[in-house]
Design a protein. Structure first.
Length: 133
């Protein structure tokens, strides 16, 4: 019952474009049933749209993503969240000219700046090859 209540309230607010208001409901629905694909899709879409609409700051989104990954390791396989996470870290590095906290996190996660940039560059080359951009 909690799942349906939270899912429907979150979905209604999400459809109205109230991503910040819908987030607690969407998260509760996902927490109640993490194996439900609709709940996961709504959660991912809500986070993505909240990022685009600037409903949360990039720092808030990054903290949220890291907490979600810690609480729900199965989200590590979600390509959309992974891509969003990488883009937010790349933006943070660009904006802060490789701020110390980003470097510390990447080192802690066994990332190296060269790896992150090569991943981003491969994606950029692939997009250019496929879309002519």
């Amino acid at each position: 019952l909690d799942f349906y209540y939270n899912y429907e309230n979150g979905r209604k607010l999400y459809n109205k474009g109230s991503y910040k208001k819908s987030f607690p409901y969407v998260l509760e629905a996902f927490a109640a049933n993490p194996s439900n694909q609709d709940a996961e899709n709504l959660l991912v879409s809500n986070i993505n749209n909240a990022t685009v609409a600037h409903s949360f700051s990039n720092d808030e989104i990054l903290e949220l993503l890291e907490q979600l990954y810690a609480d729900y390791p199965e989200l590590n396989s979600n390509a959309h969240l992974g891509s969003l996470r990488m883009n937010l870290y790349l933006e943070a590095m660009r904006d802060a000219e490789t701020a110390d906290w980003v470097k510390e996190y990447l080192v802690h996660q066994n990332f190296h700046l060269r790896q992150v940039l090569s991943i981003a560059l491969r994606g950029h080359r692939r997009r250019r090859r496929w879309f002519g951009r």
